[in-house]
Structures are given as structure tokens and as C-alpha cells.
Design a protein around this ligand. Structure first.
Ligand SMILES: Cc1cc2nc3c(=O)[nH]c(=O)nc-3n(C[C@H](O)[C@H](O)[C@H](O)COP(=O)(O)OP(=O)(O)OC[C@H]3O[C@@H](n4cnc5c(N)ncnc54)[C@H](O)[C@@H]3O)c2cc1C
Length: 370
């Protein structure tokens, strides 16, 4: 039996470790820090959104949608996913025609989507600002607990026989006679395997593969601001905005989570992020402009401690290393890798087990850059 090495203990590493271990494969996973503390960790919940995705990701989302509602039963946990519907609010006339085209395309590809009139938006979200003219609505979208899901995958992987090691960082890939066989850790240990080497270490992937390929990805933090509990939280759905950097999630305890992609400052030495007050203020200002009753809301937490890799064309790069078909990597989720994770992890495991890249992952090959 071959043994596989997974680098990275976020949702991708943990989920693939589970899929492989339950299929009888020997798996070792190494995580530089603690499990579920990278992009798959942190406050609040993550959006499980098909609405507004790149068209190449829609088939992945169709499969993810089949998995999410009952994933907690598979993982043996309390419910992890909540269907809230995702409503992208439209403030500018110019955004209505693209929304109509998108609704038709998404619906044709298996994601029912509707453009809502101003009145229909207010039936769903009565407290939006008078400036909102329309909306693009995906009723089956929702939110999921990211940290709990990742840790549940990891627990099942362990139960199925995978070896999960925290505090072990891959420094470089080890090559013997032109073939990558494992990693050298920052402690100087060599981990060699005869199966696949799977790189799911997000911001860490670019450096590890750099002797072979120069990936057009970079890493950065995303701001998440969480309000103090609100007596009358006006946000009822997972809400996005067509022309503002804004994503709003209502938390079960009445708090409001405000995000959307604003940056923080990352310190590579301490591996922590520092929020930029101006960005927090701008995020809050966009929320208040969209829901005027949020005026005066107080922010309890502003978090930028979770690094994510972005790609040049905003979709991930999922491939094998040139000349080394035993090394697979997936990186560049660009702030929306969570929703598709259960589907993509399943496909990555199938790739390892069947020895062939699943068709739905073909559009994400590095060769798309020429
Ligand atoms: C604030 C924020 C909000 C987001 N919101 C959404 C959302 O609403 N919807 C959505 O779909 N997606 C969202 N995303 C994106 C999504 O969370 C990520 O794409 C996804 O969690 C990535 O999972 P991963 O397993 O690839 O990476 P990670 O969870 O980052 O895991 C990678 C792990 O690898 C480890 N590592 C790195 N280098 C090494 C090394 N050399 N050796 C060993 N280990 C290493 C890291 O410590 C880390 O734990 C968001 C991301 C962030 C940061």
C-alpha cells in the first residue's frame, strides 16, 4: 500500500485526508501551526454561495450543493450548514442587465437564480436603503461553520487511520533522481512517501512549487468585522452587493458579520494580521449605507489573522507539478474556496484513487495561462 503526504491542515487537507483514509489509503498530514487556523479558521461563518461565481466554478458548486445540507450527518456533528439564500443587492442601473444575464446562465447550469424588483427585494430584506433598485437572488445558498466543519473532517480522518501532525512545517519539496518523493521540514526531518504529495497549504503552496513553476498567485488577509449583538439585526439573508465591497451575515446570536474582501496588514514573522482602522470604517460605512438602521452599530472584533492566496484570474489553480504527476496542488481560492471545498476535496481524492484528473477540475489547470 502506498502512503500519501498532505501538507496543510485546513479544510482541503483535512477533507482529502478523510476521503483517502476511509478508502483504505495510508495518509500523513502535516500542519505548520494548528488545524483549522488558516483561512479555514476564525470568527463567524463562511458563505456557501453559488451566486456571482465564475462560470467555471458553477459545476463544482452544483456538486457542493448536493453535499452541504447533509454533511453534518456524514461527519456526525450538529448541523453545520444553514440555507439562508444569497441576495446580491443592486444599487446602480448599470448592474441590472448583467444580473439578468447571470440569473439566466446560473439557472441553466443548475443554480436557480432570479432577478428581483425593488419591491421583491424589500419583501426579503425590508430594511434596505431606498437606494437599492433590484437584487440577484439564489434561494439555495447559505452559510456554514468553517472551523467546526474543518475540525470534524480532521477528527474523522484520524478515526479512519490518518496520522495528523501539528507544528510540522514543510520547508521544501525533496527531489531524488528528478522525482519529488516528500518534504524536508523546518526541523530538518525528511518525510518520504511512495504515494502522492498533496499540497493544500494555501499561502504556502507558491513557495514550495517555485523551483518548478511560477504560480500567478499571492497571499493576503481579508478583514472580518463582527458587531456587538444587535437588538434588531436587520439582515435576514446572506447579503452581497454588486458595487460595494460588502458581504453581510447574520449570526445566530444576533451579531452581524461584515466582510467582503477588505485588506489587513500581515506580519510574516508572527503570522498574525493587524486590521487597518480605515478599512474597518469603510466596511461599516458600506453596511450602514445599505442598511441605514445599522447607524451607530458597534464593532466588537476586527480580525485579519487568516491568510488566503489569490490568483490572477480569481479562480484556483489545481494541477500536478510539471514532470511530477505524483505531486498535486490546489491554490488561489481568492476568498471563495470554502463553499466548493466538500466537492473539490472529493474530486481531489478521486484523482488520487483513480489516477486521473476529474473532468470538472480541468478548467483549473495551470496551462490556461499558456
Ligand atoms: C476572512 C475570510 C473569509 C472568507 N469567506 C469566504 C466565504 O464567505 N465563502 C467562501 O467560499 N470562501 C471564503 N473564504 C475562503 C476560504 O475560507 C478558503 O478558500 C479556504 O478555507 C481555504 O482552505 P485551505 O485548506 O486551502 O487553506 P487553509 O485553511 O489556509 O489551510 C492551509 C494550512 O496550511 C498550513 N501551511 C501553510 N504552509 C505550510 C507548510 N509549509 N507546511 C505545513 N503547513 C503549512 C497553514 O498553517 C494552514 O493551516 C474566506 C477566507 C477568509 C480568509
Amino acid at each position: 500500500m502506498s502512503k500519501h503526504l498532505i501538507v496543510g491542515g485546513g479544510v482541503y487537507g483535512a477533507a482529502v485526508a478523510w476521503h483517502l483514509a476511509k478508502s483504505g489509503e495510508a495518509v500523513e498530514l502535516i500542519e505548520a501551526g494548528k488545524l483549522a487556523t488558516g483561512a479555514s479558521g476564525g470568527p463567524g461563518r463562511r458563505g456557501v454561495r453559488a451566486n456571482g461565481r465564475d462560470v467555471r466554478e458553477i459545476p463544482l458548486m452544483v456538486r457542493a450543493r448536493e453535499i452541504w445540507p447533509s454533511l453534518h450527518e456524514t461527519l456526525g456533528t450538529e448541523p453545520l450548514f444553514e440555507t439562508t439564500g444569497q441576495l446580491q443587492l443592486i444599487e446602480r442601473e448599470i448592474d441590472i442587465a448583467p444580473a439578468e444575464a447571470r440569473a439566466a446562465l446560473q439557472t441553466r447550469l443548475g443554480i436557480p437564480s432570479h432577478v428581483l424588483s425593488s419591491d421583491e427585494v424589500r419583501e426579503l430584506e425590508p430594511d434596505v436603503s431606498p437606494a437599492i433598485r433590484a437584487g440577484l437572488f439564489c434561494p439555495d445558498d447559505g452559510v456554514a461553520f468553517h472551523e467546526k466543519t474543518t475540525l470534524a473532517y480532521a477528527a474523522l480522518a484520524k478515526e479512519a487511520g490518518a496520522l495528523l501532525r501539528e507544528g510540522v512545517e514543510a520547508e521544501k519539496l525533496l527531489e531524488r533522481n528528478g522525482k519529488v518523493l516528500g518534504v524536508l521540514t523546518t526541523n530538518g526531518d525528511e518525510i518520504l512517501v511512495d504515494g502522492k504529495v498533496l499540497l493544500f497549504c494555501n499561502a504556502g503552496v507558491k513557495g514550495l512549487v517555485s523551483p518548478w513553476v511560477d504560480l500567478p498567485v499571492w497571499s493576503r488577509t481579508f478583514l472580518v468585522a463582527v458587531s456587538k449583538p444587535l437588538e434588531n439585526n436587520p439582515v435576514r439573508h446572506l447579503v452581497g452587493h454588486a458595487s460595494r465591497t460588502l458581504s453581510l451575515k447574520r449570526e445566530p446570536d444576533g451579531r452581524l458579520m461584515i466582510s467582503g474582501g477588505r485588506p489587513g496588514i500581515w506580519d510574516p514573522e508572527t503570522r498574525t494580521g493587524t486590521p487597518i482602522q480605515k478599512e474597518v470604517d469603510l466596511n461599516v460605512a458600506d453596511a450602514v449605507a445599505t442598511y441605514p438602521s445599522l447607524e451607530g452599530m458597534q464593532i466588537e472584533t476586527a480580525d485579519t489573522n487568516h491568510l488566503e492566496a489569490e490568483s490572477i484570474d480569481h479562480i484556483p489553480i489545481i494541477d500536478s507539478l510539471p514532470g511530477n504527476t505524483n505531486v498535486l496542488y490546489a491554490v488561489g481560492w481568492t476568498g471563495h474556496g470554502w463553499a466548493i471545498a466538500p466537492a473539490v476535496a472529493e474530486m481531489m481524492a478521486n484523482w488520487v484513487l483513480a489516477g486521473q484528473k476529474p473532468k470538472l477540475l480541468e478548467p483549473f489547470a495551470f496551462s490556461r495561462f499558456g
